[in-house]
Design a protein around this ligand. Structure first.
Ligand code: FES
Ligand code: FES
Length: 158
């Protein structure tokens, strides 16, 4: 039995020690906001926060986060910053197929927590590991700027 704190609530799960956090979230705790993309830390679809830092849930054994605070998309959108980012995403219609967007939002929130007014270069560096096969990168950057209160006019997709 492993106990992990997810979105502020301690949850106990009876799973193998090496089960990835991603499977625990989706299959044991029914938190489907975190997505499976590649399973090998290459795409960022499974990004969650562990003690506030973005982390790939697909390669994170559950026992390694037993003493940590895990936050998923469901938890982040309940925060003020998470709501701001979600609203910007909706306002700018960022999503296409939507599959990568949970991970994108988690990385964007982590960036804005550390750097409230990021430059383009800081946004690109922070979002570098989140792949979008629909190529919504321009809208993602614009939404991050909107959430940050920085002019997005020069970054809107044409
Ligand atoms: S599913 Fe974890 S990085 Fe792709
Ligand atoms: S919106 Fe389709 S993969 Fe990003």
């Amino acid at each position: 039995m492993v106990t992990v704190k997810v979105n502020g609530v301690a949850r106990s799960v009876d799973v193998p020690d090496d089960m990835p956090l991603l499977w625990v979230l989706r299959d044991e705790l029914d938190l489907k906001g975190t997505k499976f993309g590649c399973g090998i830390a290459q795409c960022g679809a499974c990004t969650v926060h562990v003690d506030g830092q973005p982390m790939r849930a697909c390669i994170t054994p559950i026992t390694s986060v037993a003493d940590a605070e895990v936050t998923t998309l469901e938890g982040i959108v309940a925060t003020k910053l998470g709501q701001k980012v979600r609203d910007a995403w909706l306002d700018l219609d960022v999503m296409q197929c939507g599959y990568c967007q949970s991970g994108q939002i988690m990385s964007a929130v982590a960036l804005l927590k550390e750097t409230p007014k990021p430059t383009d270069a800081e946004i690109d560096a922070a979002m570098d590991g989140n792949v979008c096969r629909c190529a919504t990168y321009t809208r993602i950057r614009a939404a991050i700027k909107t959430a940050a209160g920085v002019s997005a006019a020069d970054t809107r997709e044409v």
